[in-house]
Design a binder for this molecule. Structure first.
Ligand code: FES
Ligand code: FES
Length: 156
């Protein structure tokens, strides 16, 4: 059995500590050890964006992110986005614009949008397209997703 390490991080606003295998990915630790299954696994190769989480406000593919690299950082998953039972404005806009169908890409897509708007509250359509270019959606065709993000930006 490989030696394990204590990983301490701030997860969705709470300090947590979890014992992890040296080569565990963050996606694995979040889903399998911490029970946060809102982070989806698609390709497991850093190509589809389903596993996107925010680390210190930056979108990363957690399926290829070593869990131990998250030590001491702020990790935000889809479970941490709603506050006091209120959806985040990006989540609300996705619902209002019909940007959610099967929902598999949605957590990653929403977090990619949150990262973008955190860095650039008034992105152009081109910037929105670029920000979500690493997130694949097989259902909505992207138009509704882009409209939802534009809507949030227009209200900021
Ligand atoms: S599951 Fe991580 S990018 Fe596809
Ligand atoms: S809503 Fe189904 S993959 Fe995007």
């Amino acid at each position: 059995m490989a030696k394990t390490y204590q990983l301490k991080m701030n997860l969705n606003g709470q300090d947590v500590q979890v014992e992890v295998q040296p080569f565990a990915t963050l996606a694995h630790v979040l889903r399998e050890q911490l029970g946060l299954t809102g982070t989806k696994i698609g390709c497991e190769e850093g190509e589809c964006g389903a596993c996107t989480v925010l680390i210190d406000g930056q979108a990363v593919n957690s399926c290829i992110y070593p869990a131990l690299k998250a030590a001491g950082r702020r990790v935000l998953t889809i479970e941490g986005l709603a506050k006091n039972g209120e959806l985040h404005p990006v989540q609300r806009a996705f619902l209002e614009h019909g940007a959610v169908q099967c929902g598999y890409c949605t957590p990653g897509m929403v977090l990619a949008a949150v990262a973008l708007l955190g860095q650039n509250p008034h992105p152009t359509e081109e910037e929105i397209r670029r920000a979500i270019s690493g997130n694949l959606c097989r259902c909505t065709g992207y138009i509704q997703i882009i409209e939802a993000i534009k809507d949030v930006a227009s209200r900021a």
